[in-house]
Design a protein around this ligand. Structure first.
Ligand code: AVI
Length: 331
């Protein structure tokens, strides 16, 4: 981890730990030159992509966010009692911070630390939140936490509070199973090594009907298509490159054997794209793989948590068993 730059002029503590743009450019170029080409899903979340994702969460076809909110509305008392109050709430992938903020009354945290890859979006969200909770210690960390969870101690205040790691929205689904286990194991170690202990509250989208899953990732309004295509604008800016969004179309399907939704961008015609000083030819129909979204059964996910050394678990499922919240603690 580099030295955190903490900006004391903000009404909350904030550090940008994303490093320079060189890494992003090299990673995008390597992925786009690979066959098949790929762009990691973290590049979806520029300011526009984060807003498009917030819009996806409102779509009738995308029930995850509502199922999770309903679970908190209906079982929140039980969940809060099990998770405990007076914790430092560490929000992984905070986005606009509304999910975590909705839990403040229930969980009564004594500090809130929001992590997100999109620095400007996070700053803006924390600025709004500051108005609503003027007395709660607030911190923001712009970070690609898929690369590591080494967080600056000076932002994790109050330092002595037990920690509740919050990973809602089934973002764990965007990791392949082995990477998911490694990531969860890192959180389990962070929980186990803190003197006051810690726990993980995590939302998981469950395996369900193929047609419903595919509609959730290919909605009638085309919001998910716009979200997927916008990653080409991000690549144009960061690489730089010269993708023409109009040359590409959104593709999403459920692979039942692998237990995942796959999202791709497919070339509508043969195109040549300049990636800085190199050109990449794409044949008509050639795809760029942009995202996997794994769906789990409750038993599979419990086993995954167990393999990551989270020995103690509780689960709450919605009425349709389409979504689950797990509270997990190391043994
Ligand atoms: C952030 N993540 C959990 C979303 C998902 O469902 O995999 C991202 C997303 N991609 C398309 N729609 C939503």
């Amino acid at each position: 981890m580099g030295t955190p730059r903490i900006d004391a002029s903000e009404p909350f503590r904030f550090a940008d730990l994303r490093g320079g743009g060189i890494d992003a450019s090299a990673e995008l170029r390597a992925g786009l030159l690979a066959r098949p080409a790929r762009i990691p899903p973290k590049y979806f979340y520029d300011a526009l992509g984060s807003r498009l994702f917030a819009a996806i969460c409102c779509l009738p076809e995308y029930p995850l966010t509502r199922s999770e909110a309903r679970l908190f509305a209906e079982r929140g008392g039980e969940i809060a009692a099990a998770a405990g109050s007076g914790r430092l709430l560490i929000d992984l992938g905070a986005g606009d911070c509304t999910k975590a903020a909705g839990l403040f009354a229930l969980m009564a945290p004594i500090g809130y630390v929001a992590l997100d890859i999109s620095a400007d979006f996070l700053r803006e969200a924390l600025g709004c939140l500051r108005q609503r909770v003027p007395d709660l210690p607030l911190a923001g960390i712009a970070i690609d936490f898929t690369r590591g969870l080494d967080l600056p101690a000076e932002l994790l205040e109050p330092a002595g509070a037990p920690r509740l790691w919050f990973y809602p929205g089934s973002s764990i689904g965007n990791f392949a199973p082995d990477a998911a286990r490694d990531f969860l194991a890192r959180i389990a170690r962070a929980c186990a090594s803190h003197p006051a202990g810690g726990a993980l509250l995590i939302g998981v989208d469950l395996v369900k009907d193929k047609a419903a899953l595919e509609a959730a990732y290919d909605d009638a309004l085309g919001v998910t298509a716009a979200f997927n295509l916008n990653v080409l604008n991000v690549a144009n800016r960061l690489l730089p490159a010269d993708f023409d969004v109009a040359d590409w179309r959104h593709v999403a399907f459920y692979d039942a054997a692998a237990g995942r939704i796959e999202m791709h961008l497919e070339a509508c015609r043969a195109v040549v794209v300049n990636l800085g000083d190199q050109a990449r030819r794409f044949a008509a129909g050639e795809r760029i793989h942009t995202e996997d979204s794994y769906k789990w059964t409750p038993d599979e996910f419990a086993a995954l948590l167990e393999s990551a050394e989270f020995a103690r678990q509780r689960i709450w499922q919605d009425a349709d068993a389409g979504f689950a919240l797990f509270l997990a603690e190391p043994g």
